[in-house]
Design a protein around this ligand. Structure first.
Ligand code: ATP
Length: 289
């Protein structure tokens, strides 16, 4: 018996860091949504008590360091599952890109194994479990649009933003999320208008969403990675309505409403950026199905 789950990438429409907590995590406020660029994960039921993970992508670990493995192990231990699973990840989301690829694989694993092992857990239960695997996993469990607070695990779902096209461009050099947070200077940050972004989404106000894209982690990643700034500049020049770095980077995304404009931006980037994608903004599980 086997089943398939899609694990879509996320982008940050806002990313704010409020303060450093006594437990050393940063208190964040992020509005995130999903895009139609997804890993495809197959789950094969094993009668033996084993978890095996495989992926042909050389940057993805095939052992207990894989977040999908960790999610499976946690679920298995917590609910005393006797069966095992073989997890095959077809990686489409760039790795270490700020698109939460690993977290989305972990979330898809929770959803997939909930079905495969017949556990009947709710998404809310899976999201709580996911927060033990990683900060972005809870968000990814819902595959929707949400405000994430706390260290990312406190989720309030939002409606899907207005339909648009998203151009994603990933510079060659990956970025370590941990080191970006370590280098962040909390004083003098220019904070995003998170409330305004939520309002714009609720009103389906595309211009309002565009005008409020903001990510405080750009203050760390941009000066260290000139390619990110170049890509932002090029996207704007070739007609993107708004442009931002996602997560800790280095992936940059641009929003447009017309497909022809998305194609123009895609072509203008192909010259100096190897990994460029044009995808739809999803924003809800229904649009993924
Ligand atoms: P985030 O946006 O949540 O910070 P990211 O998109 O920057 O995440 P990932 O693609 O999740 O980063 O990868 C970060 C690291 O996690 C990789 O270098 C990789 O070694 C490890 N990793 C573990 N499991 C996975 C997985 N299933 N897919 C990709 N990377 C994984």
């Amino acid at each position: 018996m086997y089943i398939i789950e899609k694990a879509p990438a996320k982008i940050n429409l806002t990313l704010d860091v409020l303060y450093k907590r006594p437990d050393q995590f940063h208190q964040v406020e992020m509005v995130m949504t999903t895009v139609d660029l997804a890993d495809r994960i197959e789950f094969f039921l094993l009668e033996k008590d084993k978890i095996k993970v495989s992926s042909e992508n050389r940057f993805v670990p095939n052992d207990e360091r894989n977040l999908a493995y960790r999610a499976a192990k946690l679920l298995k231990e917590r609910y005393k599952v006797k069966q095992g699973v073989r997890i095959k990840i077809d990686k489409q989301i760039p790795v270490a890109a700020g698109l939460a690829g690993g977290s989305s694989d972990a979330a898809a694993t929770l959803r997939g194994l909930n079905r495969l092992w017949g556990l009947n857990l709710t998404l809310d239960q899976l999201a709580v479990l996911g927060s033990e695997v990683g900060s972005d996993v809870s968000f990814c469990v819902y595959n929707s649009t949400a405000l994430a607070k706390g260290r990312g695990e406190d989720i309030t779902e939002l409606p899907a933003p207005p339909h648009c096209w998203v151009i994603l461009a990933k510079p060659v050099q990956g970025v370590s999320t941990q080191s970006v947070y370590q280098s962040l200077q909390l004083q003098d940050l220019d904070h995003p208008d998170t409330e305004g972004m939520i309002r714009a989404i609720k009103q389906s106000d595309y211009q309002g969403v565009c005008s409020r894209l903001k990510n405080v982690l750009e203050t760390v990643t941009l000066p260290k990675n000139p390619e990110v700034e170049q890509i932002k500049h090029q996207m704007k020049r070739s007609g993107a309505d708004a442009v931002l770095m996602s997560g800790s980077g280095p992936t940059v995304f641009g929003l447009v409403q017309q497909e022809s404009r998305a194609d123009r931006i895609y072509n203008s980037l192909r010259g100096f950026c190897e990994e460029v994608y044009v995808v739809r903004l999803l924003g809800s599980q229904q649009r993924l199905d």
